[in-house]
Design a binder for this molecule. Structure first.
Ligand code: ADP
Ligand code: MG
Length: 731
């Protein structure tokens, strides 16, 4: 009998919801208390210092070294009063998640023998040198020059976790290349700011800054800690590599938006209280479609900050989950047969004058501005659809994309019927329908009449990977475990580059004597025609769409390692270099990291699958098989041969089935190991990843099929791994 599994089930089933100590105050009263935000700055910094810091935050200006000392002093005072004893630079290496190295504030006090003081200088605030040799760099750092340094990002406020002051930073090699997610994101955000401001000025000279906004929706699974510990595949790969579907799954659709299980509700509440302390405006929480799957989402905010907040929420969730005896699963597809997890990135641009650039306006001028940004985004997504797909691709997300539940592995844009018809009208217009802005600022061709009901656009196509949802685009293909910086960098860069092209075309036309509105209108009409292939309103899961998309010339590649090539295409390199976001060397190096990560993930899964199959499953199946054989002998001892044979028929058939499955498992595990040996000899990171994808990964489904069949045959009492019904329905 499998004692670990049953002990785990018993333990999990007995658990009660944890008491959560609700804060005495209202969220508005303790909101942001653990963040060195404007409120704290006003208390701990001089007016002058604060002014400079705010300028750096709002305008992206760099801080003078002298100022950093003042900021550090104020920050230290605040942190120590809050009970912090250590500080760390908190950064985002090219692995998922964040990294930190804690240093204590203590230092020897000069001239005082044996005395120490709490020291935190501007230098320590501004820069740190973590031993970076074990972070992935894609070959940028040689081992003899393994140093990288982290530098403070003042646009994301410092915060305190437990006893440590955490300072959000970028992570760069000594030769200046980005080794993290944040550096290219920040550069992209200032590129899109600049490009969008230039375009906005065509409409309103008062616009000085354009922000990129992000509202992420984080999906996740929770599994009881004891059950998780009894599943080596979950513990080591974050997903189940085997497990027959539960009789009941998500088919009754009774989990989505259903009442939240009490243990989970307690967990969620604590996550919310903690998040509010960090100024993270969590707004929604609910069950998701799959059993034991949930979602939370904050109110959207500036993209760089929103990315940091997502990473911080994830680390809070992990910690709080452990306290509630859960394990948090962020894998995109932890369970076969039920929905996987994504992280929709709701994205928009907005001006410092308060205009949402994807919000239909009331006047003709406002609507022309809206259509301008809408159409340029279509163009950007069209031109860079392969890159955008690469930005969300990973080994785990590949299980989600292309399956019949989530966005397909082809990027297209859904606009909805109303907007589509507005664009169609513009497209069909001719020069005779010349645009006129009369005294009432009414335009022809319906641009002025974009219905405001769009704001409540419920006509959403759930199958689209990139959908317009009223006042923003929702990039749905992003995986639940991803760092949002990756898609946000690609998207904002593509749009920035596109806006630059647009502005140049307008300038040329105006110089040639065309009226401004006419120039804009004219260009948009061309763009609408050109970007048409990216627009798709139908069912993105269908096979017809795959055929159609190929005809339209959209990127249809499904192999993740090959998808990454889009980062180093001439088009992408030109775009990133033009914007000063990443150079060719960096793009290549980052792809090396992606390929290595891909290979390692598949390699680990292959090892775990082999081990579980050979050492956990086959021995149990064999044991059950001998029990059946035993039974046949005993039948013969009691009954005459004919009767015994007749009565043993079913057992014989089971014995045969077990033998077939065991032999198939053995053969395929052996073949998978051989395939790995061949792949491991390959030096080139890309080729190796491709080989893993083509020759190792295909064994997973085959081996799993036979293991799952055995699960249906073998005595439940003997089965060693917690079953799907236990993992998914105990909470
Ligand atoms: P859904 O129906 O898709 O679940 P929600 O109302 O939960 O949508 O919103 C999803 C996210 O979109 C939230 O984080 C929300 O704040 C964000 N959001 C709303 N408007 C915008 C916008 N203009 N730009 C960016 N994000 C936005
Ligand atoms: Mg959504």
């Amino acid at each position: 009998m499998s004692s670990l599994r049953f002990k785990a089930v018993e333990e999990a089933a007995k658990r009660l919801p944890l008491e959560v100590n609700d804060p005495k105050e209202l969220p508005s009263e303790y909101y942001g208390n653990y963040v060195f935000n404007r409120k704290q700055m006003a208390k701990y910094l001089s007016k002058e210092t604060m002014g400079v810091v705010l300028e750096a935050i709002d305008k992206g200006a760099t801080l003078q070294p002298g100022i950093a000392d003042h900021v550090a002093a104020g920050m230290k005072m605040w942190a120590i009063e809050m009970g912090a004893t250590h500080y760390t630079h908190w950064f985002q290496p090219l692995t998922e998640g964040t990294a930190e190295k804690h240093d204590s504030f203590i230092d020897y006090e000069a001239g005082v023998d044996g005395g120490i003081i709490e020291r935190f200088s501007g230098k320590l605030l501004a820069q740190q040198e973590p031993d970076a040799s074990s972070f992935p760099s894609g070959g940028i750092r040689n081992t003899f020059e393994a140093r990288g340094y982290t530098a403070w990002d003042p646009s994301s406020p410092a915060f305190i976790v437990d006893d440590t002051l955490c300072i959000p930073t970028v992570f760069i090699s000594y030769t200046g290349e980005a080794l993290d997610y944040k550096t290219p994101l920040l550069k992209t955000l200032s590129a899109v700011d600049k490009a969008a401001v230039d375009v906005c000025k065509l409409f309103d000279p008062a616009v000085k800054k354009v922000f990129s906004f992000l509202g992420w929706e984080q999906e996740y699974f929770l599994v009881d800690q004891a059950l998780y510990a009894a599943r080596p595949d979950l513990s080591l790969t974050d997903r189940t590599l085997m497990g027959h579907e539960s009789a009941k799954n998500q088919q009754l659709e009774d989990h989505y938006f259903g009442s939240i299980p009490p243990r989970v509700a307690a967990f969620m509440r604590e996550v919310e209280f903690e998040s509010y302390k960090y100024g993270i405006p969590l707004k929604t929480r609910h069950n998701e479609v799959a059993p034991n799957q949930f979602e939370l989402a904050p109110i959207f905010g500036e993209t760089n900050l929103a990315v940091d907040q997502n990473l911080l929420v994830i680390s809070l969730m992990k910690k709080i989950a452990a306290k509630h005896h859960f394990k948090l699963l962020l894998h995109e597809k932890p369970f076969a047969g039920v929905n996987g997890s994504g992280k929709h990135n709701n994205w928009s641009l907005g001006t410092d004058t308060g205009i949402g650039l994807f919000t239909p306006g009331k006047t003709a001028n406002e609507n022309l501005l809206f259509v301008t940004f809408l159409v340029n985004t279509l163009m950007a997504v069209y031109k860079h659809n392969a890159l955008l797909k690469a930005s969300i691709s990973s080994a785990p997300n590949a299980h989600r994309l292309g399956a019949n539940e989530a966005p397909p592995a082809i990027i297209s844009v859904f606009l909805g019927s109303q907007l589509s018809s507005v664009l169609d009208k513009i497209e069909e217009s001719s020069d005779d329908d010349e645009i006129t802005v009369d005294e009432l600022k009414k335009m022809k061709l319906g641009v002025a009449h974009i219905p405001e009901v769009l704001i409540d656009n419920t006509d959403r196509n759930r199958t689209s990977p990139f959908a317009f949802t009223g006042n923003r685009f929702e990039f749905r293909a992003v995986g639940s475990s991803a760092n949002c910086s990756s898609p946000m960098t690609a998207l904002n860069a593509a749009v920035a580059s596109q806006l630059i092209d647009f502005k140049q075309e307008i300038d040329v036309k105006i110089r040639k004597g065309m009226k401004k509105e006419q120039a804009i209108y004219d260009t948009l009409r061309l763009y609408i025609k050109e970007s048409k292939p990216i627009r798709f309103e139908g069912n993105s899961y269908s096979d017809e769409w795959k055929e159609e998309a190929k005809k339209r010339g959209l990127d249809c590649e499904t192999s993740v390692p090959v998808i990454f090539d889009a980062y180093t295409s001439k088009q992408s390199v030109d775009m990133f270099e033009r914007l000063g976001v990443l150079n060719e060397k960096e793009l290549h190096a980052r792809n090396e990291v992606k390929w290595e990560t891909y290979t390692k993930k598949i390699q680990i899964e292959a090892r775990v699958l082999g081990d579980l199959s050979i050492n956990h499953i086959i021995p149990v199946a064999t044991q059950y098989q001998s029990m059946l054989l035993d039974n046949i002998y005993k039948m013969r001892a009691v009954f005459d041969k004919d009767k015994a044979d007749k009565l043993s028929q079913d057992d014989v058939s089971l014995i045969e089935q077990i033998a077939t499955h065991i032999s198939a498992i053995k053969t395929n595990v052996d073949a998978m190991v051989d395939a790995r040996k061949v792949a491991n000899k390959i030096e080139n990171a890309r080729e190796k990843a491709v080989q893993y994808h083509d020759t190792v990964a295909p064994f997973f489904d085959i081996i799993r099929y036979h293991v799952d069949k055995l699960e249906l045959i073998v005595d439940n009492q003997m089965w060693p791994l917690p079953k799907y019904r236990e993992l998914l329905f105990i909470n």
